[in-house]
Ligand binder design. Structure first.
Ligand SMILES: [Zn+2]
Length: 675
């Protein structure tokens, strides 16, 4: 019996044959692929020939192709179209994969061969790509504990397996809480809500199987509900559920999981000889140390807090004028901020929305990529894992360089948020492979037969994820290990956040923001207001973000807290967190930090990258055009095509001639002039 996951994928561009794969194929395919990879690794480690770069480092780098296929196909569906069966498989696979990775990195013979090459590196006459791969391989082994022996090596293995299990449980608990809660609305409760929120609430009610509209915890519904609903009691109820995700007691509570994760991370760092986890984690980042991260965050915190407190006073006054007494609460902020936005910028989200059609915004993202980098996008008809997915062939000068897949609509089976992932990354060895890149979002799905409309935030998310996709699609490196977005965590958001700037280029909105019914372009006055309003409420947004980033940093920079919730309170108190703002992600639902290792003591990265994206876009402004061909060529040559083949600061300096400071960011957020 053959397994479609293990067969040669002979469809267009070697895409996974999603129509032929059933859930029952995953587990046996994973077993076979793991066995295959173990045999490959064992052969490399036991090679009787003396180690060479090719027979050891490169051989290891290009091994495990079958496993890559199974894993990438599985995680594509597990994240974007989950089922109870797939969740069960994920719980089974995560510790197995972690154990497999740990087995390789603790392979004594393999590490001995790599160490020997590392010690002789001066004599190996490696080219720059090979030299980088050897450096990263050796560093990876050392950091994952390859130099540990005996009991310590055993303990490291246990810790890694347990962390993988805890990370998966954290994610699944969060998803369960997000799915479980909804609030039915009566027709009267819909009063004051714009049409698109009403539509989304009706669709949500239908999905939940209730007779009438409902609010769920999907970000694209809860956020506009908090923004528009004049019913303070309903806002409070919905907000409380939103803020309590992962902290509802019972089986899905994440607080104890968070505590154990922090404790294990600390133990892991100390086994490797670091004082704490932040020190270990930041060693490989562009920032380099907890001190530099704290310095950046605090430089932004003070002006952001000052701005937020001014805004808080203003919004509270608006509330009092509204006849509501007492303090402005967290569930009031978005509602009165929206009123203020209307008053000051006269920008009505509901009036704006008909101009932001999903299909036109996709076209806009493609068009900018065409003008900057000469990319062309042709629809591609291939079987994917869900009927909402769409695929395009990406080509330049007649040559296909990538496949791009967009999966834009929210559904119950999709985890929240938006992300970019590659089912296959660009590489030249063992043979040339073009990237297959996914953008997954959670935009509200329109009622049947109607075009999808976005909020301005949604449109920004679309551009953001597409920026990540470009980093993958324009990648031009030898080894997959350094391909595309395989860069330092605090560098990875540069291409995505930079791409958001093109949405704000007036000629882009002029051309692509056309009214869904009339086809008319967005009126000039509205366009100007959209651009003016881009800096709106930055005090709030910066505060909720920086608070999360600082809590994340303090969790990992020092002894792990016995009670993370108490630690969180303590950090916020020390900061003087404004009363009406909560963390963007509180500990029990801080998936960036606890679902995996990726953003742990790394949530600051978005802001670190923003320092660069503000500065990088200035390069286009200085050249006089957002589409300046020379600056675009430099951006591709030194950043978008290079992946992690060189250090991030080296790449940035090559692109810009210098490193950036925090000023461009403060200016970009309108926080440079706060009294
Ligand atoms: Zn991103």
């Amino acid at each position: 019996m053959t397994n479609p996951l293990l067969d040669d994928w002979t469809g267009p561009h070697g895409l996974a044959p999603f129509d032929a794969i059933s859930d029952e194929d995953f587990a046996p395919a994973l077993e076979t692929a793991l066995t295959l990879h173990k045999a490959e690794v064992a052969a490399i480690a036991a090679n009787p020939d003396a180690p060479t770069f090719e027979n050891t480092v490169e051989a290891l780098e290009t091994s495990g192709k079958a496993l890559d296929k199974v894993v990438s196909a599985f995680f594509a569906v597990a994240g974007a179209d989950s089922t109870p069966r797939r969740e069960e498989l994920q719980r089974e696979f995560s510790p197995k994969l972690a154990a497999h990775a740990a087995e390789i990195s603790s392979n004594v013979d393999l590490f001995a061969r790599i160490s020997e090459l590392w010690n002789r590196r001066e004599d190996l006459e490696l080219n720059a790509d090979q030299d980088r791969l050897l450096y990263l391989s050796h560093r990876g082994f050392v950091r994952s504990g390859a130099a540990l022996v005996g009991e310590q090596a055993e303990r490291m293995k246990e810790i890694k397996g347990r962390l993988a299990t805890l990370g998966t449980a954290f994610t699944q608990n969060l998803l369960a809480d997000e799915r479980a809660w909804f609030m039915e609305l009566s027709e009267a409760d819909l009063e004051g809500l714009p049409g698109f929120v009403v539509d989304a609430a009706r669709a949500a009610g239908e999905e939940k199987g209730v007779d009438g509209p409902a609010v769920t915890l999907s970000r694209s519904l809860i956020t506009p509900f908090l923004q528009f609903s004049p019913r303070r009691d309903l806002r409070e109820k919905a907000f409380a559920a939103w803020a309590a995700r992962g902290a509802n007691g019972g089986k899905t509570d994440n607080r104890e999981i968070a505590r154990e994760i922090l404790e294990l991370r600390q133990e892991r760092a100390q086994l490797l000889g670091y004082d704490n986890f932040a020190e270990y984690k930041l060693e490989t980042e562009m920032a380099g140390s907890p001190e530099r991260v704290r310095e950046l965050l605090m430089a932004v915190w003070e002006p952001a807090k000052a701005q937020a407190l001014k805004d808080q006073a203003l919004l509270e006054e608006m509330m009092h004028e509204d006849g509501v007494n007492g303090d402005l609460e967290a569930w009031d902020w978005r509602y009165y901020a929206e009123k203020r936005r209307k008053a000051e910028h006269d920008l009505d989200e509901a009036a704006l929305k008909p101009y932001l059609q999903l299909d036109r915004m996709i076209e806009a993202a493609f068009d900018c990529a065409n003008r900057l980098f000469g990319l062309e996008f042709t629809p591609l008809d291939v079987p994917l894992y869900h009927p909402d997915c769409r695929a395009w062939e990406v080509s330049r000068r007649g040559e296909v360089i990538a496949v791009f897949i967009g999966d834009y609509f929210a559904r119950g089976s999709k985890r929240s948020g938006a992300w970019c992932s590659a089912m296959r990354q660009q590489a030249k060895l063992p043979e040339t492979q073009i990237p297959i890149v996914f953008n997954v979002c959670n935009f509200a799905k329109p009622p049947k037969g109607q075009p999808a409309l976005l909020s301005y935030d949604d449109a920004r998310t679309l551009f953001h994820e597409f920026g990540h996709a470009l980093h993958q699609m324009l990648s031009d490196v030898t080894y997959e290990r350094v391909s595309g977005t395989s860069v330092a965590r605090d560098f990875v958001e540069l291409p995505s956040q930079l791409y958001e700037h093109w949405l704000e280029v007036p000629e882009v909105l002029q051309k692509f923001a056309t009214h869904v019914d009339t086809g008319e372009p967005m009126p000039q006055a509205m366009l100007e207001k959209v651009l003016e309003a881009a800096n709106f409420d930055q005090g709030f947004q910066t505060v909720e973000y920086v608070a999360s980033a600082l809590v994340d940093l303090e969790f990992h920079d020092g002894a792990p807290p016995a009670d993370p919730m108490a630690k969180q309170r303590e950090v916020l108190e020390t900061l003087g967190m404004p009363k009406a703002i909560i963390m963007r992600h509180a500990t029990p639902h801080f998936a960036h930090v606890f679902s995996g290792d990726g953003y742990s003591s790394g949530y600051y990265s978005y802001m670190w990258s923003e320092v660069m994206d503000a500065d990088a876009f200035e390069a286009f402004e200085e050249a006089g055009s957002a589409f300046d061909p020379e600056v675009a060529a430099r951006l591709e040559e030194f950043i978008l095509s290079k992946g992690g083949s060189e250090e991030a600061d080296v790449l940035y300096e090559k692109f810009r001639g210098r490193l950036p400071g925090v000023e461009a960011l403060l200016k970009g957020r309108g926080l440079d002039k706060v009294a």
